[in-house]
Design a protein around this ligand. Structure first.
Ligand code: XUL
Ligand code: CO
Length: 424
């Protein structure tokens, strides 16, 4: 039975997104693999640091299992209206917090059984599940990096329960974002010990994945700060170094987020280039930050040139694979209507579709790739390749013998920017 929440709402309007359109030999839906983030659309109530709830929804207050089920009913109605292939959740988005592990486990099992039944009648699958180990006060000093071993234990049990639930629902990935895995002040922090605990924790996650036969990818999500002053998973490069240190580089990939890249002082393109050059791109959280406020504003994407360059890197690396495009994006707190939820997502999907098509056109045209090949053409020469196998003394002999004097050449940046502008 319909909840009535979306009564009178106009259908999603798409001008660029067409799931069945073929782009580079593949359906657009299969390239983009859109997901709705349960937390922003259904759990967040409109609070900001200066003001409380602005959204009044029929499933509020969110402290009751009956209303958690109503929230799931509404969520699946929206997934159908948007025709999205995936959604994502934290445990705390889908079930009310109970204050102790046993009851959290029972309610998680009950609500994921309920959601599983809803999934049977829907096309929408689970892109990923995750544990919220940052909102409740028990996590204030970290989860796996907490100085209190009881919190580490609670975190281990919580992640196990969320991995079990993700596996039960056929999830394609499991994500860990460490919102409190970092510090507020180094005066009370043993960074080396905390990082060792975080590395050990992640190894336990990987072991458990294999133990239960979960075929999804394990992903960590970089973000430099907010809520903590400093988070250990600062950016893609830091995470890759961390994974290598603890021997997890073949087991764990990255879930990269546009807004987090900006907070780290990078572009999203940069983060994608770092991950793809290491073969470690797992999935993306698509959104945008306000460039003036400096906060993680999690808005729906609306900058086609930026999005096009992101999908350019993704397509060049062979696509999103088992990952997807999760809208880790929320409405503005004044956008109160059910219609706003539809419009925000439809707009974001359209922007991504335009970006994907522009990226595919650039790849098919090959202009950027051939410019890149020309720029590095010298390295195709046998003498250049041999140099990488030699040593400083032999190279010096050759520089003297041949009188090698490099001739600087233009990087042609303006021409390349003009080229991109033809497609976006
Ligand atoms: C926070 C953030 C999270 C993760 C999942 O900035 O991005 O929602 O995506 O925990
Ligand atoms: Co995110």
């Amino acid at each position: 039975m319909a909840t009535g929440f979306f009564d009178g709402v106009n259908a999603a309007e798409f001008h660029h997104y067409n799931p069945d359109e073929i782009v580079m030999g593949k359906r657009m839906e299969d390239h983009l693999r859109f997901a709705v983030a349960y937390w922003h659309s259904f759990a967040w109530e409109g609070q900001d640091p200066f003001g409380g709830q602005t959204f009044i929804r029929p499933w509020h207050p969110q402290d009751d299992m009956g209303r958690a089920k109503m929230k799931a009913d509404v969520a699946f109605e929206m997934f159908d209206l948007l025709n999205v292939p995936f959604f994502c959740w934290h445990d705390a988005d889908i079930r009310p917090e109970q204050g102790n592990f046993a009851d959290n486990l029972n309610t998680l099992n009950e609500i994921t059984d309920y959601i599983g039944e809803k999934m049977e009648g829907s096309k929408t699958g689970l892109l990923w599940g995750t544990a919220n180990m940052f909102s409740d006060r028990r996590w204030m000093s970290g989860a796996s990096t907490n100085p209190d071993p009881d919190v580490f234990a609670f975190a281990a049990a919580t992640v196990k329960s969320c991995m079990d639930a993700t596996h039960k629902l056929g999830g394609q990935n499991y994500v860990l974002w460490g919102g409190r895995e970092g510090y507020e002040t180094l005066l009370n922090t043993d960074m080396g010990q905390e990082l060792d605990h975080m590395g050990r924790f992640l190894s336990m996650v990987v072991d458990y994945k294999h133990k239960i036969g979960f075929e999804g990818q394990i992903l960590v999500e970089p973000k430099p700060q907010e809520p903590s002053k400093h988070q250990y998973d600062y950016d893609a490069a830091t995470c890759i170094g961390f994974l290598r240190k603890y021997g997890l580089e073949d087991e764990v990939k990255l879930n990269l987020e546009q807004g987090h890249a900006i907070l780290a002082g990078h572009s999203f393109e940069h983060e994608l280039a770092v991950a793809t050059s290491e073969g470690m791109l797992g999935s993306i959280d698509m959104n945008r930050n306000d460039y003036q406020s400096g906060w993680d504003t999690d808005q729906f994407p609306n900058n086609v040139p930026e999005v096009a360059l992101c999908y350019y890197h993704i397509l060049k690396a062979g696509g999103l694979g088992q990952g997807g495009t999760n809208f880790d994006a929320k409405l503005r707190r004044q956008s109160l209507d059910a219609q706003d939820l539809i419009d925000g997502h439809a707009g974001g999907m359209d922007v991504c579709a335009r970006g994907l098509k522009a990226a595919a056109a650039m790849i098919e045209d090959g202009g950027l790739e051939s410019a890149l090949q020309q720029r590095y053409a010298g390295w195709e020469m046998p003498v250049a390749k041999a140099m990488l196998e030699s040593d400083l003394s032999s190279i010096t002999k050759r520089v003297l013998a041949e009188g090698i004097t490099p001739e600087p050449r233009s990087g042609r940046q303006e021409a390349l920017e003009n080229y991109v502008n033809k497609f976006v």
